[in-house]
Design a binder for this molecule. Structure first.
Ligand SMILES: [Zn+2]
Length: 59
């Protein structure tokens, strides 16, 4: 099983403890969130997500 980390800075789900954004990614996160249409998604607005992708709800 591949370990998943979530970035503390941008909440992206990544596979290493270092996110491409430069933030630290941690294993202790909750809630898997997939954003397909950030401009129309209320959840994305609340989480301040501007790009498509997989994110953690809580990091
Ligand atoms: Zn990040």
């Amino acid at each position: 099983m591949v370990e998943r980390y979530a970035c503390r800075k941008c909440k992206s789900i990544v596979t290493t403890n270092k996110c491409p954004c430069g933030g630290e990614a941690v294993k202790n996160w909750q809630g898997y969130l997939i954003i397909l249409d950030p401009e129309r998604s209320e959840i994305a607005k609340e989480a301040k997500i501007n790009n498509r992708g997989a994110y953690a709800l809580r990091v």
